[in-house]
Design a protein around this ligand. Structure first.
Ligand code: PBG
Length: 329
């Protein structure tokens, strides 16, 4: 039918007429190779505890870790980042630097049993200290430089146990150069560092702190994690870590910080990772449980938004679920 608009030249809808042409012009793809799955390892035996605020996410004791590793491999996920919940915590987080600590044991188990799995370790003290802070406390605050010495010992013990990559998340100044030096001094100069370079002090970590039992017992993390209002400071943090020898730069959280992901991507040449954190996961799960949103669709839309913003790598509790869906298309 003729209309007065027949001469309209530009009709973007031409490229949206069916799925085939939409796929032809699609700009961004999510691939299972983009994904890293967080795994919680707890001391003890025969434990598989679901985290109440994170449906389908569990803490596993090492003797049951095979259940999660098998499920990940089946879904096509071959990279994990490990978080530990030790049997005992103390003021200086001794378990974190012990060659027999929970993470060191888990690394050895996974590397011996699953040679195809790439093991990344979270390098931080908050899960191991009795006060729940990310470092050594002096005069009521985390002491930067004393903490660096501990982080060096922690990464070296992870590397000795067989970790493939380390991911420091404590937001201490000079953390990357300290860790690079520590690794190099012990013959581990080929182990890459994925730095949680731009990490905000975020309420979106709430469910994780339940999962990892790492809520600070006094104060908060604002003296080391970043103010959510800042962008330029985030670029500064990223560039410092590039100079200090980081191999991958991470932005965390992801969904409320897509602008930061874009800016970091534009301002660095390293691969950019983002952490789709626990609170982002729990919100989708909770709304889906109530029947308010379509879980799979909202999950995929969130993950593609991180790719679109510039993330090359996404750490996500949805890794298995998203990968299984991707395998179907
Ligand atoms: C610190 C660490 C945290 C997360 C990853 N590493 C918590 C924190 O900084 O309090 C949060 C991850 C998430 O919320 O999923 N070791």
């Amino acid at each position: 039918m003729n209309s007065e608009f027949d001469q309209l030249l530009s009709r973007p809808r031409r490229l949206r007429r069916n799925e085939n042409i939409r796929r032809l012009v699609r700009e961004t793809y999510l691939h299972r190779d983009d994904l890293i799955a967080p795994v919680f390892v707890i001391a003890g035996s025969n434990i598989k505890n679901e985290i109440p605020s994170m449906p389908d996410v569990f803490q596993y004791s090492i003797d049951r870790l095979n259940e999660e590793m098998d499920a990940l491999l089946k879904a096509g996920i071959t990279r994990v980042i490990l978080f530990g919940i030790p049997a005992a915590k103390d003021e200086v987080g001794s378990d974190a630097i012990s060659d027999d600590g929970i993470i060191q044991q888990a690394i050895r188990y996974i590397k011996q049993t699953y040679s195809d799995i790439f093991v990344i370790t979270d390098v931080c003290m908050c899960e191991y200290t009795d006060h729940g802070h990310c470092g050594i406390i002096v005069d009521g605050d985390v002491h930067n430089d004393q903490t660096l010495t501990y982080l060096q010992r922690q990464v070296v013990s992870h590397a000795k146990a067989g970790a493939d990559m380390v991911a420091p998340s404590g937001m201490m100044d000079g953390m990357i150069s300290a860790i690079r030096t520590g690794l190099n001094d012990h013959g581990f100069n080929s182990i890459p560092i994925m730095s949680y370079a731009v990490k905000y002090s975020s309420a979106f970590y709430g469910p994780f702190r339940e999962a990892a039992d790492s809520t600070p017992h006094f104060g908060d993390r604002k003296t080391y994690q970043m103010d959510p209002a800042n962008v330029r400071e985030g670029i500064k943090e990223a560039l410092l870590d590039v100079d200090e020898g980081a191999d991958i730069i991470m932005v965390k959280p992801a969904l409320a910080y897509l602008d930061i992901i874009s800016m970091v991507k534009e301002n660095t040449l390293l691969p950019v990772a983002c952490y789709n954190v626990s609170g982002e996961y729990s919100m989708i799960k909770a709304a889906a449980q109530k029947g308010w949103i379509d879980e799979d669709k909202v999950m995929m839309e969130s993950l593609i938004s991180m790719k679109r913003a510039g993330a090359d790598i996404i750490i996500t509790y949805f890794a298995k679920q998203a990968s299984s869906l991707l395998n179907k298309v």
